[in-house]
Design a protein around this ligand. Structure first.
Ligand SMILES: Nc1nc2c(ncn2[C@@H]2O[C@H](COP(=O)(O)OP(=O)(O)OP(=O)(O)O)[C@@H](O)[C@H]2O)c(=O)[nH]1
Ligand SMILES: [Mg+2]
Length: 712
């Protein structure tokens, strides 16, 4: 394998809604470049990219893949990404390192929701974008509608480079208005005949050519002057102008494809190597410490790890892009995250599940290495003595949580290790060991993502048996009225006795609350509780009824109950406790006596103070096509949602509602089946709110049964 210099590398990412044809296009690209002798298909389960059994079973890509071709002296790294939004993390990671995105649209359906979601991501990275209208061979293909939707949804700067002459079942001809050529493909696709544009299409092609020139000139003053002077632009000027406009995110050229029949992919690759920006054309990377790092093969070596994969027989494989310098096998680099030295023992270029060893990779290129010891996704490795850490990828926050436990005693540690390995590979899987809920919880992107996690667990160890359940809800307890109580703890059994008596008032706490009337406050402690809300503890004891030294013990007793509330064992919040009287015994009073008295007085008062269970409420935002709002709102109403309003965001209708977390458990799968995957949602913690009375009764009953069961 020859190594490629920076100016001969292109990094493209294939993007699009699930099923738009990305993997099929990647097969065409490999075939066109002569890397394969036969195009694999999804149906025959033999594509280079979808090599995992799970992908073949489902007929969908699940993991992003790195492929590459050599094409007219260029190395084109191709990242094929999964279309399902559950795998958005992989899409974001690939976008981070790509220099051009190719967004596939299915000509049958126009702009689907996945494309809208992805477009948002590409705006975040300002990735130069090419749009490819695919499946033009299908009966219901509608090119004009797809272009109109692309302009409407993405940008009016989507500019036609090609249009189909005969879309639908007999599709075989594309008119190219950049080259002003008509391409007619043989029935089996591949290399087209290049023809002059036929007479009947001349006027249309001329007009689109003019539109293209004007769009290009409109972004460049020099070109605009030339265009005014000569009424035209040379092909070379158009190329340069188009490239510049793509880099600035100003123009989005649009192409035609039938990936299935391999029509159009050769010209698309020609455009990629000829015009699409390469790594050195893109703005330099900004390092975390504010310096610019140009993509220079002679600069200090610096690489960024965007993906990690574990393979049973080779261990951990790290995928990276070289952002500066030339990385050579055997080199030692520093990991910016912890300062550890990593030795790059072997370098590879990657072809699906094949690795081809190379000696070096230049700035701009993408490759992989194995057996790094301390390196994770989002780490930057660079030359010792430098400080070149790059900004990390911001992965989407989780949308679904599930509790997991080992189904076999003694396997807990094995299971934990396997989950940690999954988290290492997939930064959108988060693991939480919740002390409060006494559960191990996995946070992920949705039902499909969870199915993949389960599959990975099995893949890591066939014998691991895990069971999954709905996570408990972190309820809170509080009170609604002030109550006074007292408790005397007295114990006399031989030796030293125990005695402590406490009088307290327990009140709902609120911001700006005045001090109690008729009592003088001698001591005040305020606690911002770890679980939210406050405890205010006032010492209003008169005349030394209880010694100052016992106050911390009383507080400790109260705090224990705050930790494990009297109603359901949930944390208590927003309470003010006033200790205003009590009694001591000269010999028997001690810390433990006052701790018990404090705890019991608090518990009694709490139960009489109109106690209330609070539940976490989330702000839920659903984005969907307008016609689906009715069904989504009716479903939300069955989840005790309070509708907050509707709006628009990008091309979605936005529904905003407040929904208790307890009602959101299955939301990702329900929303998917309700809308055939055409809607997406996000949720954010808002506040704790009172649960309705009947739910409070049920929760208390359940807790009592649970506690009785624990005691039995
Ligand atoms: N008729 C027709 N079918 C196509 C074309 N391109 C892809 N397909 C079919 O569409 C289906 C989906 O194709 P894929 O290549 O798996 O699509 P993808 O975008 O990779 O899908 P995900 O990986 O799930 O995101 C397969 O059945 C393909 O055979 C095309 O141009 N014409
Ligand atoms: Mg695919």
């Amino acid at each position: 394998m020859t190594s490629f210099d920076t100016s001969h590398v292109k990094n493209i990412v294939l993007l699009g809604h699930a099923g738009s044809g990305k993997t099929t296009l990647s097969e065409c690209m490999l075939y066109e470049a002569g890397l394969t002798t036969r195009r694999g298909t999804i149906e025959e389960k033999n594509t280079v990219s979808d090599f995992y059994e799970l992908e073949q079973q489902r007929g969908n890509s699940i993991f992003s893949k790195l492929l590459h071709t050599q094409w007219r002296g260029y190395k084109i790294n191709i990242m094929d990404t999964p279309g399902y939004d559950d795998f958005a993390g992989d899409v974001l990671a690939s976008l981070r390192v790509a220099d051009t995105g190719v967004l596939l649209l299915n000509a049958n359906f126009g702009v689907e929701v996945g494309a809208d979601i992805i477009w948002d991501y590409t705006e975040r990275f300002r990735t130069p974008m090419v749009i490819a209208v695919n499946k033009l061979d299908q009966d219901k293909a509608d090119f004009d509608r797809t272009v109109a939707q692309a302009r409407d949804h993405f940008s009016n700067k989507v500019v036609i480079v090609q249009y189909p002459l005969n879309q639908g079942l007999g599709f075989n001809t594309i008119v190219d208005v950049l080259q002003m050529t008509q391409y007619r493909f043989p029935a089996e696709g591949g290399r087209p005949e290049k023809l002059p544009i036929q007479e009947t299409e001349r006027a249309k092609a001329d007009q689109l050519h003019k539109d293209l020139i004007e769009a290009i000139a409109g972004n460049d003053e020099t070109l605009m002057e030339k265009y005014f002077e000569k009424g035209n632009l040379e092909e070379n000027e158009m190329r340069q102008g188009l490239k510049k406009a793509m880099i600035n995110h100003d123009l989005f050229p649009l192409f035609c494809l039938s990936a299935k029949k391999n029509m159009g992919s050769g010209r698309l690759m020609g455009f990629i190597d000829n015009i699409c920006p390469g790594p050195a054309d893109m703005p330099p990377q900004l390092t975390v410490n504010g310096e610019y790092l140009p993509c220079d093969p002679a600069g200090p070596p610096c690489l960024f790890v965007y993906k990690v994969l574990s393979e049973s027989h080779i261990g951990e494989m790290s995928f990276f892009k070289v952002y500066s310098g030339t990385v050579r096998a055997g080199m030692e680099l520093v990991n910016g995250a912890d300062g550890a030295i990593e030795k790059i023992n072997q370098l590879f270029v990657v072809e699906g599940n094949k690795r081809i060893p190379v000696n070096e990779l230049s700035a701009g290129d993408i490759g992989a290495t194995i057996k790094l010891k301390h390196t994770h996704v989002n780490n930057t490795l660079y030359a010792p003595g430098k400080d070149l850490e790059l900004y990390p990828i911001e992965f989407p926050s989780p949308l679904m949580s599930i509790a997991i436990e080992s189904a076999q005693k003694g396997e807990e540690e094995k299971l934990a290790t396997a989950i940690r390995q999954i988290c290492e590979e997939d930064p959108t899987v988060l693991l939480e060991m919740s002390q409060e809920l006494k559960q191990t919880i996995i946070h992920c992107q949705g039902e499909l993502h969870l199915a993949v996690i389960k599959w990975k667990l099995e893949h890591i160890s066939k014998n691991l048996r895990a069971s999954f359940s709905q996570p408990r809800i972190p309820y809170r307890e509080t009170i609604r009225k002030p109550v006074q109580s007292s408790y005397r703890h007295k114990k006399q059994s031989g030796g030293a006795g125990q005695f402590g008596e406490v009088y307290m008032q327990v009140e709902p706490w609120f911001e700006g609350m005045p001090d109690p009337k008729g009592l003088s406050v001698r001591g005040r402690e305020e606690f911002q509780l770890d679980w939210g809300g406050k405890l205010v503890f006032l010492n209003c004891i008169v005349g030394g009824a209880i010694d100052q030294r016992f106050l911390p013990s009383i507080l400790k007793g109260v705090m224990d109950k705050m930790h494990e509330g009297p109603l359901t064992g949930s944390h208590v919040r927003d309470v003010r406790v006033i200790v205003y009287d009590g009694k001591m015994h000269p010999v028997d009073s001690n810390d433990i006596s006052f701790k018990i008295a404090g705890m019991m007085a608090f518990k009694q008062a709490f139960q009489q103070a109109d106690p209330q269970i609070l539940e976490p409420v989330y702000s839920v935002t659903v984005l969907c096509p307008d016609e689906l709002t009715g069904g989504i709102i009716s479903d939300l109403q069955t989840r005790r949602a309070i509708m907050e309003g509707m709006d628009t965001e990008a091309h979605f209708t936005k529904i905003i509602a407040r929904v208790p977390l307890a009602e959101m458990h299955d939301y990702s799968s329900t929303l998917r089946s309700l809308t055939q995957g055409r809607a997406k949602f996000r949720m954010k913690f808002l506040e704790y709110a009172p649960v309705p009375a009947e739910i409070q009764r049920r929760l208390i009953d359940e807790y009592h049964k649970f506690a009785a069961h624990q005691l039995a």
